[in-house]
Design a protein around this ligand. Structure first.
Ligand code: F0G
Length: 422
């Protein structure tokens, strides 16, 4: 394996749209391209794929993550989550091969930890003492955890009354300052962005932060290692669009670096982004054949609260991932989401949060509909569903649908139970 000493010159910060270049360590003085206003991204100028032999998870790939001094790393051993083969559900859906990448096994129970370990490490490297995010729940839990570990102040803005119980409990436990915004997630992000743009001492850590994307891209490296190749399809829930663009970036880097099992661009997976019907601006743009714009949803609604987002900031990167990979996007109803959540738990023992069941809901939907080109191709392919968050975070959403026969009360003697069991 070639030695690849990590150097600042091996990375580049530039605008995703107009390609304007910036000094990478200036990130935080501005959050968007100062020329055209679009999102920024980090690129590697030199290629390399190897990985540390002594670490597992996100920091195994320390050489391709833009942190200059390893002593700044703030880690909770995130990543290296299970890739679980789901033969029972695959059979029901008529698929040859279905795996779940269970991101709910991360330290705070969601994929956000992959990004936050890098985002907060960068905050430390740049000398920040305060972090902020807007969140539908998981980002706030994750930022709270990593900020507390780093010993810095953390402020989170959440839409009042629209966050799952477990996620609020996490943010409180980690000691984050919590501000409940009278509005939705999009309002919360608008306020957080305005504050951080004015106050250069507070670092904004939403997924528009390209350092977070550098952490989240490692999910692709892991999938390729766990399967010994890239999947044919990767299906995942989409809110702001950060995660789908991160996973696609990871796969592209694997290919560019000559990872042995990805011999050609054609062996890269098709990325399929799934949204909830009441909050689906990216899916609707794709269905309408649009690549260069979306129509934000003014009053988004879904009980999959994690993806209740009407104005996704990373829509441009998300659509690029979908189109460039030859993938697609679609939406599913809340009913389909909750049915899929129960299916995965009852047939595979995997309890994921509602948003994370959206990909399984989509696979169920196209399997039921039968003869689409996509389903026909998927049937014989290797499909991976990224299940982004743990079901334990949102017990209320599940308990809402519980019937009395699922929770029977019995007197404390075996005879009365015997009667019921008979
Ligand atoms: N799944 C879960 C469980 C999430 O929490 C999120 C986003 C997504 C999927 C969508 O990811 O935004 O990168 O497209 N949650 C953010 C939050 C918005 O604040 O926790 P995305």
């Amino acid at each position: 394996m070639v030695e690849f000493p990590k150097k600042k010159e091996h990375f580049e910060l530039s605008c995703f749209a107009c390609k304007q270049k910036y000094e990478i360590d200036d990130y935080g003085k501005f959050y968007h391209c100062t020329r055209c206003g679009n999102l920024l991204e980090i690129k590697r100028v030199k290629n390399y794929f190897g990985g540390s032999k002594t670490r597992l998870g996100v920091w195994k790939y320390v050489d391709v993550i833009p942190i200059w001094d390893d002593r700044n790393i703030v880690s909770l051993s995130e990543g290296w989550t299970s890739l679980v083969e789901c033969q029972n559900v695959a059979k029901i859906l008529g698929l040859k091969s279905l795996h779940v990448k269970f991101e709910g096994l991360n330290p705070t129970g969601s994929f956000k930890d992959r990004g936050m370990t890098v985002g907060v490490s960068k905050a430390i490297e740049q000398g920040y003492k305060s972090t902020m995010c807007a969140s539908t729940g998981n980002t706030s839990a994750s930022l709270g955890a990593y900020s507390s570990r780093a010993g810095i102040r953390c402020m989170v803005l959440i839409p009042k009354g629209k966050i799952a119980l477990g996620k609020i409990a996490q943010a409180i436990a980690y000691g984050a300052e919590i501000y409940q915004v009278e509005g939705n997630f999009d309002d919360s992000l608008r306020v957080a962005s305005e504050i951080c743009e004015k106050d250069n001492k507070i670092l904004l850590l939403n997924s528009l932060n390209p350092f977070r994307i550098e952490g989240q891209k490692t999910v692709a490296f892991e999938m390729a290692e766990q399967l010994g190749r890239a999947p044919d399809y990767v299906v995942l829930p989409v809110g702001n669009g950060g995660n789908i663009s991160a996973a696609w970036k990871g796969f592209k880097e694997l290919f560019e670096d000559g990872f042995a099992s990805i011999p050609s661009r054609k062996s890269l997976p098709k990325m399929i982004g799934i949204q909830a019907e009441g909050a689906a601006p990216i899916a609707r743009a794709f269905i309408a054949g649009k690549r260069d714009s979306i129509e934000p949803v003014v009053d988004p609604h879904t009980d999959a609260s994690a993806i209740n987002i009407g104005s996704p900031v990373s829509w441009m990167k998300a659509l690029a991932a979908i189109y460039d990979s030859g993938g697609s996007a679609d939406y599913v109803s809340d009913e389909e989401i909750f049915t899929a959540q129960k299916l995965l738990a009852s047939k595979e023992g995997l309890f994921v949060e509602p948003a994370s069941a959206a990909p399984i809901a989509y696979l169920t939907k196209i399997a039921r509909a039968g003869k689409s080109d996509e389903y026909e191709q998927m049937k014989g392919s290797i499909v991976v569903s990224i299940c982004t968050g743990n079901g334990l975070k949102d017990p209320n959403a599940l308990l809402k649908g519980v019937t009395p026969d699922q929770l029977q009360t019995i007197s404390a003697d075996a005879k009365s139970l015997q009667k019921i069991l008979a």
